[in-house]
Design a protein around this ligand. Structure first.
Ligand code: ADP
Ligand code: FRU
Length: 286
């Protein structure tokens, strides 16, 4: 199937450390890797491994890191035809501490690159895709793109990731068929659990499937008729690296629904795929 994802690519500088430090500590990393990251492109790289034809719409700088990103996407057969290149732009960079003791990842992100614009998005032939996935960011542009996608094609399924509380992000909720919400958004918005989260956002996402990824507690689903289901986390023998687990969860939901599985089966598949990812570094799926 053909998938378009709108969102970011980053340079991730990941330091593997034995345990998370105290403030003002000095410590030596056990190892380091420097790789492409970013939610939308992470999800595409997983979907491509699952056999889908993937395209990315986002912004690249024109520095060496953007070349590294392009090479990585090319090696995963992710098309970049709809990418905007910003002259003089610096690649968004994440400085990441990955703790071997717990598998937690702590991300400090620096960004100074314009966001993807609706004018670029409107040039894409959306009818050539089966699924369009949006990272919920830059609310005004994202809302314009969601509206356009809804009007331009009836046949495509639209999903939206809500990862962090951002000003007016709830304005995006009426448009998608599927919403993937993170625990970080839920907690940051004052919801204590997935039940409260669904109750809070259902009035503005009336007919969408709602998925919530909840770290080591697994994932939740609420269907449009208000039925909620929980899938406990898949427990890998050792949790090595949780960086990108949410992006893998989203890929699992998209892959399953696109290939005709039921919403509850998609929840189970996404939790399993994301849990297995936590046993390994990086996004290679076995
Ligand atoms: P994010 O990467 O956005 O912070 P989460 O931490 O919620 O996302 O992880 C996404 C999914 O990955 C979870 O719903 C869960 O299925 C799986 N997962 C995350 N952390 C663990 C863990 N420690 N053990 C098992 N599965 C996990
Ligand atoms: C993981 C990730 C990283 C990136 C950061 C951006 O979910 O996409 O690869 O640095 O989040 O917020």
């Amino acid at each position: 199937m053909r998938v378009l994802a709108v969102g970011v690519a980053t340079l991730d500088i990941v330091n593997n450390i034995a345990a998370y430090p105290q403030e003002d500590d000095e410590l030596r990393a056990l190892s380091q890797r420097c790789c492409r990251g970013g939610n939308a492109t992470n999800t595409l790289v997983v979907l491509s491994q699952l056999g889908h034809r993937c395209s990315w719409a986002g912004v690249l700088g024109d520095d060496p890191a953007s070349q590294q990103i392009q090479l990585d996407l090319k090696s995963h057969q992710v098309e970049t035809q709809w990418v905007s290149v910003h002259p003089g732009g610096i690649t968004p960079t994440s400085y990441i501490l990955s703790s071997m003791a717990t598998g937690s990842r702590t991300i400090v992100h620096y960004r100074d690159l314009p966001e993807y614009q609706s004018a670029a998005f409107e040039k894409i032939d959306l009818a050539s895709f089966d699924w369009i996935h949006f990272e919920g960011r830059n609310v005004p542009a994202c809302e314009a793109m969601l509206k356009h996608a809804r009007q331009a094609t009836q046949s495509v399924t639209i999903s939206l990731e809500i990862e962090k509380p951002r000003e007016n992000i709830e304005r995006l909720l009426p448009y998608p068929d599927v919403v993937m919400i993170s625990r970080a958004y839920a907690i940051g918005s004052g919801y204590q659990d997935a039940g409260q989260l669904f109750k809070g956002i259902r009035p503005v996402a009336e007919s969408a499937l709602l998925y919530a990824a909840w770290g080591e507690a697994g994932g939740w689903l609420q269907t449009a008729d208000g039925m909620s289901m929980h899938q406990p986390a898949y427990q890998p023998p050792v949790v090595v690296d949780t960086l990108g687990a949410g992006d893998v969860f989203n890929a699992g939901v998209i892959d399953s629904l696109m290939t005709g599985r039921k919403p509850v089966e998609a929840l189970a598949a996404a939790v399993c795929l994301a849990g297995k990812k936590c046993a390994r570094q990086g996004l290679k799926i076995a």
